[in-house]
Design a protein around this ligand. Structure first.
Ligand code: NI
Length: 189
């Protein structure tokens, strides 16, 4: 794999985690806090990043890989040369703007479906980084949307929960049919 071969030899081999797809009860549960970012949590963050880059995606939350803990990872520039990963444990929104922004969203757990979702345009998020240091980040644009999308996963909320029930049920029926047909189609986004 191209990304793996670009890594220095001393780095741990990449660990790809299986990504759950809807409908799955594990995607609908609330995740529990991390508290302290231990080496095991840091390892989870790195495995999640490897999984996200390989998918490829720009964000991933721990429940999507079946781990019901409050961890998310993001990288809006996933090209190997320009990577800028964010690893967040116990993220909390400490401020959101009054005005919304709408982006077309997709999700690795809802493969091949996209919908416009309106969310607060700007946010401030507090979290613990991979070194257990408390951080605060102001985000706008796609980063703001992506952080909120990933944080939703920690509450058991998918982007399709923000659209009409009619549209959501059509998508869920299609995904269920896909699962039953046994063709575990690789997620595209
Ligand atoms: Ni998602």
């Amino acid at each position: 794999m191209l990304d793996a071969s670009a890594r220095p030899a001393y780095v741990n081999p990449m660990a790809l985690l299986p990504i759950l797809t809807a409908p799955d009860p594990r995607l609908k549960q609330r995740a529990t806090p991390i508290g302290t970012v231990t080496p095991e949590v840091r390892r989870l963050m790195d495995d999640m990043l490897d999984t996200m880059y390989a998918a490829p995606g720009i964000g991933l939350a721990a429940p999507q890989v079946g781990v019901l803990r409050r961890v998310i990872v993001l990288d809006l520039s996933p090209e190997a040369e320009k990577r800028n990963p964010l690893r967040m444990a116990d993220p909390e929104l400490v401020w959101v703007s009054d005005h919304d922004a709408t982006f077309e969203e997709g999700c690795l757990s809802v493969p091949q479906h996209y919908s416009d979702v309106a969310r607060p345009a700007e946010i401030r998020v507090r979290y613990k980084d991979e070194n257990n240091r408390e951080q605060e980040l102001a985000a706008s644009g796609l980063l703001s949307t992506c952080i909120q999308h990933e944080m939703d996963h920690l509450e058991g909320i998918l982007f399709i929960d923000h659209i009409s029930a009619l549209k959501r049920n059509i998508i869920l029926r299609k995904l269920l049919k896909l699962k039953k047909s046994g063709s575990s189609a690789a997620p595209v986004a």
